[in-house]
Design a protein around this ligand. Sequence first.
Ligand SMILES: Nc1nc2c(ncn2[C@@H]2O[C@H](COP(=O)(O)OP(=O)(O)OP(=O)(O)O)[C@@H](O)[C@H]2O)c(=O)[nH]1
Ligand SMILES: [Mg+2]
Length: 318
Amino acid sequence: MGLIEEVIKGNPRAAARIMRLIEDDVPEAREALKKLYPYTGKAYIIGITGPPGAGKSSLVDRLVEEFRKQGKKVGVVAVDPTSPFSGGAILGDRIRMQRHSTDPEVFIKSLATRGHLGGLSKATDDIIQVMDAMGKDVIIVETVGVGQDEVDIVKTADTTMVVTVPGLGDDIQAIKAGILEIADLFVVNKGDKPEADKTVRELEMMLDMSAPREDGWKPPILKVSATKGEGIKDTMEALEKHRKFLETSGRFESYRKDRVAHAFENLLRDKLFHMVMSKLKENGTYDKLLEDMFSKRKDPYSVIEKLRCQCVLDTENN
Ligand SMILES: Nc1nc2c(ncn2[C@@H]2O[C@H](COP(=O)(O)OP(=O)(O)OP(=O)(O)O)[C@@H](O)[C@H]2O)c(=O)[nH]1
Ligand SMILES: [Mg+2]
């Protein structure tokens, strides 16, 4: 299949075609992912999250520029889980990162939710796989950080950067515990604003008060102005430092194993659900069960316990 070989060679048009199949969730997408799988697992993945309008895309644009100067091939996935329509944020991404669109070694993909987040998160993972197989050295994933599901998307990253801005007031407290835990780097963007130093100090205090991380990494706080291009070099150095930390501590590899497990468990959940559902729906059992639960003759807990699914786990290894 020529298309797959083209993707592995890094052909952006071939990759775009596969990504469209992934978004449309058609069976061909899975076939392509099967063939690309052996070529994945090499890219360094950076997750960037933060409130809407924090300047994430502007920052990504700067980072892409720096990575390109180092000769690295870069992929960007901008995920917008907030808008049910491919609205403002995606338009913003296009404008913010436009200057890289003519660079054949930079691949930018925007993804908007089409309903449920589960699907979005899966599509994101699959698109990262395609970019990885394309030979991208670095893949940057931008997500709007508002809830738990977005945090999950970032969990697939090697290094997670949390972007905040001055003037959020008490909202800095809104950097929830969950986000504090996942941040390997904090960026206070819009550092050109006068209140930026105060925000940096508040963050420092918050970090000082929180328990030290189990892995021993102390997340740095960087003051950046993405639009003015200030603090970018420091951010790049901090990224490099974290990457080295991951390598020397063996986490670079263990994160890859985690990702394999994560992807496998997601697929398994999906597969088992569909297997059971189609079995139940085969001869009207499902409707009968629903009726029984509705009229309280049965309860869903006991129904699940009594499910006898004839799934033969027939793997090659046993
Ligand atoms: N003053 C100032 N404005 C900035 C800076 N960085 C970004 N902006 C502005 O902030 C606005 C939002 O920037 P984006 O880069 O689109 O922010 P974002 O976080 O990607 O936004 P969403 O993807 O919509 O959540 C734009 O008007 C930028 O020009 C900065 O360092 N200083
Ligand atoms: Mg953006």
